[in-house]
Design a protein around this ligand. Structure first.
Ligand code: SAM
Length: 292
């Protein structure tokens, strides 16, 4: 058994309460969004908090809840008993628990993303083994799903691709499994580059994949460049991304909200013949073909 305490507080007070829980012997502390204020992609090495932040701390099961409560009240010089939620949690095989919500998922006609050891009941499936990790990209998010379905829908034979903002490497690995000849994956986050390498090895496509820091990408022009980042970053990177696509080559942009599609399309129209958006939930992907 574990004892879990959670408290909702302001962005300003959250670090103080986090330090207090740590001093009180918390075994883990989690900070989360208490007010539906998504932070889609913080900058590198930034850990912004939410205006209303929920702090959840886990203590040993034999900790005394009354002692913990009075320690918090005293330290904060305020009676927070009404806001404080205290629960007992049963011990679980946590590393297996997430599997209850993560099953083989199809993307288009051939591609399946499967947790380790699980297989779909489908003939001729192309399987990517992938487990959730620290880097973004399992296929459950529409921005990734849009790119995976697009990759599944085209012939990738003899194609070289760049996966710009590779996260877990899911798009580069999928492209190689679906028949691409070579892939270059890049991300400014070292954790993402490591996850990409691990996932490429797990799926036996690492020999065809180069993983680079963004400034190390070879100055080649590829057949297909995929970038699932965010609208603002895509707009900033337009010239850079366009320079890496050959004439007649294609760019797939994702991470764009429906309301942002026109602006992104207009900016990329400088170098690409842009297609109408492909929509899933509130997200769109944009495809463009490089023009002279
Ligand atoms: C939304 S995730 C996409 C991950 C994966 N490609 C997918 O489709 O699921 C965006 C990734 O882009 C990376 N990223 C954001 N801005 C970047 C930049 N300016 N240069 C390189 N990588 C960047 C982030 O670190 C993150 O891993």
């Amino acid at each position: 058994m574990w004892l879990q305490l959670s408290l909702t507080t302001s962005k300003e007070q959250a670090p103080l309460i986090e330090a207090l829980f740590e001093n009180m012997g918390a075994l883990s502390i989690t900070l989360g969004d208490a007010g539906d204020e998504p932070i889609l992609e913080p900058g590198l090495n930034e850990t912004p908090l939410w205006q209303s932040t929920q702090i959840t701390a886990l203590f040993e099961g034999d900790s005394d809840p009354d002692n913990l409560r009075s320690c918090i009240n005293q330290s904060l010089n305020n009676d927070v008993s009404c806001q404080l939620k205290i629960e007992r949690l049963k011990d679980q095989a946590w590393e297996r628990t997430w599997l209850a919500d993560f099953h083989p998922m199809p993307f288009g006609q051939r591609l399946w993303v499967c947790p380790t050891g699980q297989r779909p009941k489908a003939n001729n499936a192309i399987i990517m083994e992938l487990d959730p990790g620290l880097a973004f990209g399992t296929g459950t998010h529409p921005t990734t799903a849009l790119c995976l379905k697009w990759l599944d829908s085209i012939d990738l034979k003899h194609q070289t691709i760049i996966d710009f903002g590779c996260g877990s490497g899911i798009l580069a690995v999928a492209a190689l499994l679906l028949g691409a000849e070579r892939a270059i994956a890049t991300d400014h986050d070292p954790q993402a580059r490591q996850a990409t390498l691990d996932n490429a090895k797990k799926n036996h496509v690492d020999a065809k994949l180069e993983i680079k820091e963004p400034h190390q990408i070879p100055s080649i022009q590829v057949d297909i460049l995929l970038a699932n980042i965010l609208a603002g970053t895509l707009i900033q990177l337009e010239s850079r991304l366009a320079s890496q696509v050959k004439l007649g080559g294609r760019i797939i942009l994702s991470g764009i909200l429906i309301a942002q599609a026109d602006e992104v399309s207009q900016v990329f129209n400088r170098h690409f013949e842009m297609q109408p958006p492909i929509i899933q939930a509130e997200w769109v992907a944009l495809e463009g073909t490089k023009k002279c």
